[in-house]
Design a protein around this ligand. Structure first.
Ligand code: ZN
Length: 71
C-alpha cells in the first residue's frame, strides 16, 4: 500500500490488543481513560488476543488501519 501523504511504500504490521479495548473516540469527548470506556466510539480492538492489520509509514509516522465491523 502507498502512503497517501508521501506516496512511499508502507510497511504492513499488526496492532495487538491489550488488557482493555482500544477505541477511537471524538477528540471533544476525551475525558480521560476511565470515562472514555463509556463514550460511544469506534472500537478498533476488543480484547487481548485481538489484532488488526495496519500499514505504517516510517517517514510520515502514520498508521492506516481498517476499522473492524462495529457490533
Ligand atoms: Zn508517508
Amino acid at each position: 500500500m502507498k502512503c497517501p501523504y508521501c506516496n512511499d511504500d508502507m510497511m504492513l504490521g499488526i496492532i495487538c490488543g491489550g488488557k482493555d479495548s482500544v477505541k477511537w473516540i471524538p477528540k471533544e469527548k476525551d475525558k480521560g481513560a476511565i470515562l472514555s470506556s463509556f463514550v460511544k466510539g469506534i472500537t478498533i480492538l476488543e480484547w487481548m488476543d485481538s489484532k488488526v492489520e495496519g500499514h505504517y509509514c516510517e517517514k510520515c509516522k502514520k498508521i492506516i488501519i481498517d476499522v473492524p465491523k462495529q457490533l
